[in-house]
Design a protein around this ligand. Structure first.
Ligand code: PEP
Ligand code: MG
Length: 765
C-alpha cells in the first residue's frame, strides 16, 4: 500500500482559487487557437496549479460515450482514442451518477477498468467531477497523482468551481456541442416541429419571448468572494422574505396541499446545506450567480437519480427556488411583461393565468405557446377574444427555445415550428396572407343576413370584456353583445376598480353598441381568475369553490358597487344584466334583490334610471336543469355557458390538459340537455342565448341550431365562419337528422354531424 499523504500538496492552490479560475476562464475563452489547443493548455494549467501529475478532460459523445479530449500526464496517444461508455469505469460512473469520485488506490474500486493505452497504472490517487450543463452531464474532469492520497474537500470544491467554469465556457464557445452530445438533435439549434393542443386558432410568425426568461450568467469568476457572499446573503434574505410574504398573503390553511408546498419552499430557502454549498462555491472563486447555478445543477444531478415522485417534486421546488434566487441576485423582473419587448412576439410559458396574459401589450403579442393549458381555461378564452393563436400542452417547449428564436404558431392544427426552415416560413407567410384575405371576404359579406337556407334567422352576438371595437359592434350581422365578461377588466387591473372606473368601462361598451343590447355578466372572479385584491385562499377545487355569485352574495359590498356602476352606466338606456354561476333559483332571487336595491338607491339619489332592465342568468351549473320551470318563471333571459356546464356535467376539469378532449361536446347527453332547456324556455317564452365556447366551432354551432338554439354569442373572429355555416344550412333537415341520431348512447355524434354537413353542402370551413 502506497504512503497516504495527509496534507494535500495542492494546498498552495487553495490560497488563490480565484487565480486558478481566472486562468481557466482566460484559457477557455481565448478567441485564437483551436479548441484542442485550448483544452491542452487547460489541463496543463489545472494540473500545475493543483500540483497533480495528471489532469484529463472527457467529453460526452453521441451514444452515451465519453471520449478523452485532452490530458496532461496520460499518454498523448490515448487522446481521442480512449472511450468509455456512461457507467463504464470510474469516469463512466461519474457521468452516470453525476457524483464525484475521490479515491486513493483507484484500481481497488470495483468500477475501475484498465486502459493500457493511458498508462494509468502508475497513478495511486484519483478525483473526478462531472461537468454539468442544463441538467446534462457533458463530460468529466479528472485529476490524478502518483502518490496515494485523498484529496481534501476544499480541493474538491475548487475542482467543482473549475468544472462549472469549464462547462459554461465549453458550451458557450461551442467546444462542446450539445447537438453532438444528443446525437445530432441539438435542441437549441435545429429547426423543430412540435405539436400540442389547439387553444385558440389562427397563425402567427414572430420571434419568441420567454414569459419567465432563464437567467444567463455573464460573469462566472468573482473579483471578491466577500462581496459575492454579501450579494448572495442579501438576495437570499429577499427570497426568504418573499416566501414568507407568499405564505402570509395566501391565507392558506395549515396542512393544505398548497400550504405545504409553500412551507417546503420556506424550508429549502433556509436549508443550511443548500446555503453552505453555495457559500463554499463562492469561496472557491465563483460569482454568486455561478455558485447558485452550480449547486442547482449538482443537486439536480444528485436528486434526479431518485425516482420517488415526492423527491421529483422537491427537485422542481428547488429548481424554482434557485431561479428565483437568481432573479433576486440580478434584480430582473420575474416575467417578461414589464421588460423590453419586440414589436411582435410569440410568448412561451409553462402555464399562464388570465391576468398574466393581460399584462402583455395586445398589439405586439402575436401568439402563445404553453407547456400546459386546457382548451376552455380562461387564458385560452382570452386568447380567442384577442384573436391570437394559442397552442397548449407542448410539453418540451421550454427545453428547446431561447428568446429571439423565430417561431410559427399554427393554432388550428396545434402545431409549432421553431426556427423554421425557409419553406416553412414561406408556407406560413402564404397562410397568413390567405387568412387576411379570408377575413376580408367575411368583412365584405357583413351585410348578408345571418339566416339559414330555409329562412331561420339566427342572432349572432359578441363575447367581449376587453378590446371593445366599435366597428365589430356596428357590423350588420351582429345583433349585440351576448356576454360582456365584466371580470376581465378586473383581471387586467392591480386593484379593485372603483365604481366610476367600472361605470366608464360599461358606458363605453354601451356607447359603442349604439342601442344594440349588451348583456353584462356580473363578475366571475375565482376559479382560475384570481385577483390580488380579493383573497380567495387555498381551495382544493377552485372551479367549484368560492367564485362569482358566491363571492358577490358573501361580500355584497363588492357586487353592489358593480351593480351600481352598471345602473349608472345605463342611465337613460336599456340595461341587461345576468348573474354567473347560479346553482339554485334562490341565488338568482338574492342577486336580483341586490340589483333592485341599487335601482332604488339610484332613484333616491335622483340618478336617471335605465329605460328598461332585463335580468337573466347564466346556465352553467347542472343543478339548475332540475329547477328549469321555476327559473324560467323568474328570468327575462338565460345564457347557456357550455364551458362550465360541460365540465360539471362530465365532472371534467375544463383547465386540465389531460382531460381536454376526453369527452366531446357533441355527446348526445349535451344535445339532450340543450333540447330540454329549449323546451322549457319556449313554454315560458324566455329568450335563450348560448355564450359558451362551443358556439365558435361551426359543426358544434350547427348542432346547437339543430337543438333549437337561435341566438349564439362568440368572439368577433368566429362570426365569419359561423355565418358561412348557417347560411348554407337547412335547419329542418338538420333537426330531424339530429332527433334521429341523438338517441344512441354513443361517445360522440361528431362524425355523423360532419358527414351530414358534407352531404348537405354545409360550409364548415
Ligand atoms: C361558460 O362557462 O361557458 C362561460 C361562457 O363562462 P366562462 O367561460 O367565463 O366561465
Ligand atoms: Mg362559466
Amino acid at each position: 500500500m502506497a504512503n497516504i499523504i495527509p496534507i494535500d500538496p495542492a494546498q498552495a492552490a487553495l490560497n488563490s482559487p480565484i487565480g486558478l479560475l481566472r486562468q481557466v476562464r482566460d484559457v477557455m475563452s481565448a478567441g485564437a487557437g483551436s479548441a484542442q489547443a485550448r483544452l491542452d493548455v487547460l489541463v496543463k494549467t489545472v494540473a500545475t496549479a493543483l500540483h497533480a501529475d495528471v489532469c484529463s478532460i472527457y467529453f460526452a459523445r453521441p451514444g452515451d460515450i465519453l471520449e478523452l479530449f485532452a490530458s496532461h500526464g496520460l499518454k498523448q496517444s490515448s487522446v481521442h482514442v480512449t472511450r468509455l461508455r456512461v457507467g463504464e469505469g470510474l469516469v463512466g460512473e461519474i457521468a452516470a451518477t453525476g457524483l464525484d469520485l475521490n479515491l486513493s488506490e483507484p484500481q481497488a474500486h470495483p468500477k475501475f477498468v484498465y486502459r493500457p493505452e493511458t498508462g494509468e497504472e502508475l497513478y495511486h490517487s484519483f478525483i473526478g467531477v462531472p461537468l454539468l450543463h442544463t441538467h446534462k452531464t457533458i463530460g468529466v474532469l479528472v485529476v490524478q497523482s502518483k502518490a496515494a492520497r485523498t484529496y481534501t474537500d476544499d480541493l474538491a470544491e475548487i475542482l467543482h468551481a473549475v468544472a462549472m467554469v469549464v462547462s459554461e465556457l465549453a458550451v458557450g464557445s461551442k467546444i462542446v456541442d450539445l447537438f453532438d452530445i444528443t446525437g445530432g438533435e441539438h435542441p437549441m439549434l435545429q429547426s423543430q416541429q412540435l405539436s400540442g393542443t389547439t387553444l385558440a386558432g389562427g397563425i402567427a410568425k414572430a420571434p419568441i419571448v420567454l414569459h419567465r426568461p432563464k437567467i444567463v450568467i455573464e460573469k462566472l469568476v468573482s473579483d471578491s468572494p466577500e462581496e459575492e457572499e454579501m450579494r448572495f446573503h442579501g438576495a437570499l434574505l429577499t427570497l426568504q422574505q418573499s416566501v414568507d410574504a407568499m405564505i402570509l398573503q395566501s391565507g392558506l390553511e395549515q396542512g393544505s396541499v398548497h400550504h405545504e408546498i409553500l412551507e417546503s419552499y420556506r424550508m429549502f430557502s433556509q436549508d443550511r446545506g443548500w446555503i453552505d454549498r453555495i457559500s463554499e462555491a463562492i469561496q472557491a472563486g465563483l460569482t454568486a450567480e455561478a455558485a447558485v447555478r452550480k449547486v442547482q445543477e449538482e443537486m439536480h444531478a444528485r436528486l434526479s437519480q431518485i425516482t420517488s415522485v415526492y423527491i421529483q417534486e422537491r427537485v422542481h421546488d428547488l429548481e424554482d427556488l434557485s431561479e428565483r434566487l437568481l432573479y433576486h441576485l440580478q434584480g430582473v423582473e420575474p416575467t417578461a411583461a414589464l421588460g423590453e419587448l419586440p414589436d411582435a412576439f410569440i410568448l412561451v410559458a409553462n402555464s399562464l393565468g388570465p391576468a398574466e396574459l393581460l399584462e402583455y401589450d395586445a398589439k405586439r403579442l402575436k401568439g402563445v405557446i404553453l407547456a400546459e393549458g386546457g382548451t376552455t381555461s380562461h387564458v385560452a378564452i382570452i386568447a380567442r377574444m384577442m384573436d391570437i393563436p394559442m397552442v397548449g400542452r407542448v410539453e418540451n417547449i421550454l427545453n428547446v427555445v431561447s428568446r429571439g428564436d423565430l417561431a410559427v404558431v399554427q393554432g388550428d392544427q396545434g402545431l409549432i415550428y421553431i426556427r423554421p426552415s425557409e419553406d416553412i416560413e414561406a408556407a406560413a407567410d402564404a397562410e397568413i396572407a390567405a387568412r387576411a384575405w379570408q377575413v376580408a371576404v367575411y368583412a365584405a359579406s357583413r351585410d348578408l343576413k345571418p339566416e339559414t337556407l330555409d329562412g331561420v334567422r339566427i342572432s349572432l352576438n359578441l363575447n367581449l370584456g376587453l378590446f371593445v371595437h366599435a366597428d365589430h359592434l356596428a357590423a350588420n350581422d351582429v345583433d349585440g353583445v351576448g356576454l360582456f365578461r365584466t371580470e376581465l377588466p378586473y383581471l387586467a387591473s392591480r386593484e379593485l376598480p372603483t365604481v366610476s372606473d367600472q361605470q366608464r368601462i360599461y358606458k363605453d361598451a354601451l356607447d359603442k353598441a349604439k342601442g344594440k343590447p349588451v348583456i353584462f355578466r356580473s363578475f366571475d372572479i375565482g376559479g382560475d381568475k384570481q385577483v390580488p385584491y380579493i383573497q380567495i385562499g387555498d381551495e382544493e377545487n377552485p372551479a367549484m369553490g368560492w367564485r362569482a355569485t358566491r363571492i358577490g352574495l358573501d361580500r355584497p359590498v363588492i357586487i353592489r358597487q358593480q351593480l351600481r356602476a352598471l345602473v349608472r352606466a345605463a342611465a337613460g338606456e336599456k340595461l341587461s344584466v345576468m348573474f354567473p354561476f347560479i346553482a339554485e333559483v334562490a341565488e338568482f332571487d338574492a342577486m336580483k334583490a341586490l340589483l333592485n336595491k341599487e335601482l332604488a338607491k339610484a332613484r333616491e339619489e335622483g340618478i336617471t334610471p335605465p329605460t328598461a332592465v332585463r335580468v337573466g342568468t347564466m346556465l352553467e351549473i347542472p343543478s339548475l336543469l332540475f329547477q328549469l320551470p321555476e327559473l324560467m318563471a323568474r328570468v327575462d333571459f338565460i345564457s347557456i355557458g357550455s364551458n362550465d356546464l360541460f365540465q360539471f356535467l362530465f365532472a371534467c376539469d375544463r383547465g386540465s390538459p389531460r382531460m381536454s378532449g376526453r369527452y366531446d361536446t357533441l355527446n348526445p347527453i349535451v344535445m339532450r340537455a340543450m333540447k330540454s332547456i329549449m323546451a322549457v324556455a319556449n313554454e315560458y317564452k324566455v329568450d335563450v342565448g348560448f355564450c359558451g365556447d362551443m358556439a365558435t366551432r361551426p359543426v358544434d354551432a350547427m348542432a346547437l341550431i339543430g337543438c333549437g338554439l337561435r341566438s349564439l354569442s362568440m368572439p368577433p373572429a368566429a362570426i365569419g365562419p359561423i355565418k358561412a355555416m348557417l347560411r348554407s344550412l337547412n335547419v329542418r333537415d338538420l333537426t330531424s337528422y339530429l332527433d334521429y341520431i341523438c338517441t344512441e348512447p354513443v361517445h360522440s355524434l361528431r362524425l355523423q354531424l360532419e358527414g351530414f354537413a358534407k352531404d348537405h353542402g354545409v360550409d364548415l370551413s
